[in-house]
Structure formats: C-alpha cells, structure tokens
Design a protein around this ligand. Structure first.
Ligand SMILES: [Zn+2]
Length: 387
C-alpha cells in the first residue's frame, strides 16, 4: 500500500461551479482518494489558507519548435526533440500537467515522458499540421520545389489534396502515433496571408473527420482564423477550432450547434496587442464575446512559443479578461479542457478517483492574474514536482 499524502486545511476549487470551499485532499499513488473535512494521511502538507486547483491543461502548444522556428535548416535533427526537455519541465513547474501538442512533437517525445526519462506533462500528439497544397507547412521554393526541413519519418508528409488524400494523410499520422489530427483551414497570422481563405473543401474536411473517427474515435483540431473556414470545419464535424480570430455570428452558431469547441489561443493577439496585425486583437476579443453569447464551449490553449513557454499562465488572464471571468478561465483550463480531450473521466477536477494532478496556491482567491506568484506546489500523477 502506497503512502497517503494529506493536503490539509486548504480550500478546493469546484471548477464547474467556480466556488471554493474548505476541504482536505488525500492522494494515494496517482489518484485523489478522498476529499472532505478532517481527513488523515501518512504525510501531511499544510495548505491552510491556500487554494487547491486541478492540474492545468494547455490544449494548443508546441513543445518542440522553439529552436526549429529560429533556424529550421541549420540544426542537427536531435535539436528538435531535445528542445522539448526544458519546455516540458517549465510547463510542469507552472502547473501544466497535460498538453495537446499542435504539431512538432513526435511519438519519441511522448515516450520519453511516459518512461520517465524526462519530466513533463502528459502529451497528446498531432505530429504535423495537415493541409492542402500551398497551406501552412507546404514549404516550397521555386528553385527546389517541395522542401521538408523535418525530413523525418516520425513526422509524416502532411500535404494532401482531395477526400482520398485526406483519408491517406490521417492514416499516415495515425500510423506514426498521432492522438489528434491537426488540420489547417486558413493561412497564418504570422505570415499574414490567407487568414480569410478557405483552404479545405467540405468533402476534404468531412473525409478528415470521418477517417479520424474510424481510427479509435480520434478527432480533428482545425487551425482557422477566418469565419467561413471555421464555419465549414464546424459543420463538417471538427472537434475544435483553434485561434478563431475573426469569427462572426454565423460561425459561432455553427460551432455551438455542432458541439465544436473553441480554443482561442488569445496569447497570440492579447499578450502584445500593439504588435498583433492591425485590428486582430480587437477582432479576437469580439470572437470571444460572440462565442460566449452563443454558448460555444471554450478550452484553454496558448499556441506557445508564439510567446515564451514561461508565459503559459498569461492565457488564463486573457480568457478571464475576454469575458470568461476568473472562474470561467480556470474551468476552460481544467475540466472543460479535459472534456475536449476526452479525458474528463480521468482528470480535470479535484474529485475522488481522479488523477492526482493538482496545484496548491497561497491564498484562496480565485484570481487568474496572481497564480504564478502564489504557486507553492504542483503534483503530477501524485508526485510533487521539484520547484
Ligand atoms: Zn499553433
């Protein structure tokens, strides 16, 4: 029988209601085994006056591309996976215990965490961002034709055309270990072109969704800035819309009616709004208001390293400010994110039977802006993370 760790005297946040109430929490192995008043354990940790939160979930990050973005062709291959080591350690220390990698990490990185070779949050992989000819990720130059700076079978060719091509690219990604299929439906804000384009047909999008579903019920996360691409992806059965910078009422209605989640990645436009493309910061906040009013489900994602991974908690503040409030932002980063990822039976709240992923903060205020300065302890799979 493993030791029972007692977190004593704190308040526990009920993420669904947003209320914090006094309760002890007992951890045993990788599980929360008791929540209540006056509990005991083999080892007690004083949490008096503090707040206990579930581990945070970043549904859109890139743990392997910090260095690759800087110099894609000039680095040895080992740099890409190894660059994840400090990133994963940083995220875990900041309380992020689960991530969905939105391209760049391969199955070896996930394996290294699972085996305990490196410390990090649990990783769900998408491998590459699939897209049609000319989409983001289709590197091409007039002198050489197609270029692939990964040149790595662990990160399969993401470019496809037509519904048959869509099915084939899903099969390639699943073969190489993808948990999610990441697709791109518009151009890039960073590159600044095609953000209102619709780079997929409905037939292509539907084929991606159907083929992913056939493979163990996998889902498709769709990069879409413009409203029409987001609407098409939602109507075709996308699991989530990523970014959604320029949504409109028609797009959010399609998302609400289709049960498509919104992962706004507000860090892209809100952390440094003066350097965001003209009008994007304001449009992004408007998209959030429309989505909230339409009842679209929202989960937290950063799109880092658009900002340094050390700024992961800023996204909570942006979500709160853009209309969710502090409790709503924490819900988006915990139980709602777990629901999007299909992990809500296992994590996302402080409840008996759930994974012992949690944060202990000094002070019991439900306030997203001060989490980092108040963060005292992080537990992942029932083990305290070294500070
Ligand atoms: Zn991204």
């Amino acid at each position: 029988m493993s030791r029972r760790i007692l977190l004593r005297g704190g308040s526990v946040l009920d993420v669904d209601s947003g209320a914090a109430r006094p309760a002890d929490v007992v951890l045993e192995g990788d599980r929360i085994v008791d929540v209540g008043i006056g509990l005991d354990g083999d080892e007690a940790i004083d949490c008096a006056g503090g707040l206990v939160l579930p581990g945070l979930i970043d549904c859109h990050t890139h743990v392997c591309i910090t260095q690759t973005r800087r110099d894609p062709f000039g680095l040895p291959r080992s740099v890409r996976p190894l660059s994840a080591v400090p990133v994963l350690r940083t995220l875990l220390r900041l309380g992020v215990t689960t991530v969905r990698d939105a391209w760049g990490a391969d199955a070896g990185v996930r394996m290294a965490v699972e085996k305990g070779w490196i410390d990090g949050p649990q990783i769900l992989l998408s491998l590459r961002q699939v897209g049609t000819t000319g989409a983001i990720g289709d590197l091409w130059a007039p002198r050489t034709g197609p270029l692939d700076f990964f040149d790595d079978p662990s990160l399969p060719d993401p470019i496809f055309d037509g519904p048959d091509g869509a099915r084939a690219v899903v099969r390639r990604m699943v073969r190489a270990g993808a948990d999610w299929i990441k697709a791109t439906a518009t151009g890039s804000m960073a590159i600044g072109t095609g953000v209102h384009d619709i780079e997929l047909t409905a037939d292509e999008m539907t084929a991606l969704v159907d083929e992913a579903q056939r493979r163990g019920g996998r889902k498709v996360m769709v990069h879409a800035h413009g409203a029409r691409a987001a609407e098409l992806a939602a109507r075709s059965g996308a699991g989530s819309i990523e970014h959604g910078t320029f949504l409109d009422e028609t797009a959010v209605r399609a998302m609400a009616e289709s049960g498509t989640w919104y992962v706004p990645t507000l860090s892209v436009t809100q952390s440094d709004p003066e350097h965001a493309p003209e009008g994007a910061a304001e449009a992004h906040r408007k998209s959030m208001r429309l989505a909230i009013d339409a009842g679209v489900r929202i989960a937290m994602g950063t799109d880092n390293p658009v900002r340094p991974h050390t700024e992961v908690l800023w996204e909570l503040r942006h979500l709160a400010d853009a209309g969710l409030g502090d409790a709503g932002a924490l819900r988006a980063a915990t139980i709602e994110a777990a629901r999007l990822l299909g992990l809500a039976d296992d994590r996302g709240e402080i409840a008996v039977g759930k994974r012992a992923d949690l944060l202990v903060l000094a002070g019991d205020a439900v306030d997203c802006a001060s989490i980092e300065e108040r963060l005292q302890r992080v537990f992942h799979n029932g083990v305290e993370v070294a500070r």
